[in-house]
Ligand binder design. Sequence first.
Ligand SMILES: Nc1ccn([C@H]2C[C@H](O)[C@@H](COP(=O)(O)OP(=O)(O)OP(=O)(O)O)O2)c(=O)n1
Length: 153
Amino acid sequence: MEKLEADEDNLYQSKSNFLQNGGTVRPERFTFSPEPSFENIRRLQAQFTDERDWNQFHQPRNLLLAMVGEVGEVAELFQWRGEVAEGLPDWTESEREHLAHELSDVLIYLVELAEKCHVDLPQAVLRKMALNRLKYPASKVHGSAKKYTEYKD
Ligand SMILES: Nc1ccn([C@H]2C[C@H](O)[C@@H](COP(=O)(O)OP(=O)(O)OP(=O)(O)O)O2)c(=O)n1
């Protein structure tokens, strides 16, 4: 537990430190607004479905299929365009907004799927990221995209 808390501190601190990481000046990263939280999104979607009596359709498997369908819609926006640079410099405003809508659909269904599976998503993501850091120690994997199973030791 202590380890997890220390990792969480590092996680949050890294946001303000990234510009001078290791003495290397890096381009400023894109950042999100702090709100809404996952819990805010869960509550807004619960209100949306309750108002329409749609909860009866929103079982885990249906939500999973709906989410995967929306992932497909995100993929459709990228297909046949080749690799795209960060920030999507060649995309029109309308294409960017379309992408924002489709990514939001994925997130909305993901949050509701987690709710219906009783997974506390914000805490689960911290636990998983702590595991990821253990599996991929920066000192060992720096600069390599190899899967952890490909390391010999
Ligand atoms: N039974 C449903 C239907 C829709 N929605 C909500 C969640 C998604 O954010 C969005 C999905 O709506 P659509 O199924 O109409 O999908 P799109 O908005 O992607 O429209 P299209 O498929 O035409 O691109 O609406 C929902 O919660 N439950």
